[in-house]
Design a protein. Structure first.
Length: 345
């Protein structure tokens, strides 16, 4: 019988490797628990709320006719002119009965009789009056446009948008149409003065290009995708920008749905700080967490994208304080009926 004795040295090495592996796993688990506890404490989530989010649908949300409507506002942020004008106005409408969602884009150039200005100025005028009134006034104006109650609002500062995307490891976006923008402002150079031999100020612009198809984007790339506005043809329109913003919201939802691809102890630990810096909302933590949970659970095929640019027209500027604006071809009732029919399909 051939009895092979194990080398004492090899035995000790295996024991130390097993002990080392166990120690590493133990440290990772402890650090993970510590990060989760820290995240819980810093975010304001209570054990009871966490239980409702895990085992139930969260807390009860305000709703009308079975739908909860959240206005998503995006501002440029920073110190440049127009930093508090809303580049993005999208209504996320959640249906409790059908487990579906709709993204309704509101073009920023729509004329508001309430404001006597474009709808994207609502947040600016509200904040001028009193801090926190910007979201209130924006909700009122959005209700006028879509013909439905707005229950909550979320404000996203684009100056920190890319940090938020990077925090979840980037997103995979379905680019529906290829486009090239040769006049995308170079970050940080918006107010620069170009030399005399550059009369068209080309020094403050860069050329960006997107091919159609699925593309993985980090935060900086996603920000360019949603903010580009000088592409040739249809992709240079405000309506195309609204569609791209919807694309990114769907991509974020899809990424959050798969936490194993991005959740780490470190990301959990810094997430409350990043979200607090980038996002403002009139929801409490329970309502916000419930909205996120409900949205990310919805399948991509159950998220509809609604636009009504074909129901709008551009009147002569002299009729509206010399501004380029959009108004209904017929009337607001027609637009309200159209949005309602799309939601109920």
């Amino acid at each position: 019988m051939d009895i092979r004795k194990r080398s004492p040295t090899k035995t000790r090495v295996r024991k130390w490797m097993a002990l080392g592996t166990a120690l590493i796993v133990f440290v990772f688990i402890v650090f993970g628990i510590f990060s989760i506890v820290r995240f819980t404490q810093s975010s304001g989530l209570t054990p009871g709320l966490i239980g409702k989010l895990i085992f139930d649908d969260g807390i009860e949300l305000a709703a009308s006719s079975g739908r909860t409507n959240i206005l998503i506002l995006g501002i440029g942020g920073g110190n440049h002119e127009g930093a508090d004008l809303t580049d993005t106005m999208i209504v996320l409408s959640l249906s409790a009965s059908t487990k579906s969602a709709a993204l309704v884009s509101i073009p920023r150039y729509i004329w508001s009789d309430t404001l006597k200005d474009k709808v994207n100025t609502a947040y600016h005028y509200g904040e001028e009056k009193r801090t926190s009134d910007g979201m209130i006034l924006s909700r009122v104006v959005a209700e006028d446009v879509i013909g439905m109650p707005i229950h909550y609002a979320i404000l996203i500062d684009f100056s920190g948008f890319q940090e938020m995307i990077d925090l979840i490891g980037g997103i995979d976006v379905n680019v529906s149409s290829a486009f090239t923008d040769s006049e995308y402002p170079i970050p940080g150079k918006e107010q620069d003065t170009c030399p005399p031999d550059d009369p068209t100020n080309r020094c403050v612009y860069e050329t960006v290009h997107f091919d159609s198809g699925r593309e993985h984007m980090d935060g900086a790339r996603a920000l360019i995708y949603v903010r580009s506005r000088h592409a040739e043809g249809e992709e240079g329109s405000d309506f195309a920008r609204s569609r791209r913003q919807q694309d990114v919201l769907v991509a974020v939802k899809e990424k959050i749905m798969h936490p194993l691809t991005w959740v780490t102890p470190y990301r959990l630990s810094v997430m409350p700080e990043v979200l607090d810096r980038v996002i403002d909302t009139d929801m409490n933590i329970g309502e916000l967490a419930t909205v996120v949970r409900k949205y990310v659970k919805i399948q991509e095929s159950a998220v509809s994208k609604i636009a009504f640019d074909n129901l709008l027209t551009t009147p002569a500027p002299y009729q509206y304080n010399g501004l380029y604006v959009l108004v209904p071809i017929e009337d607001w009732d027609t637009i309200h009926s159209y949005i309602g029919s799309q939601l109920n399909e």
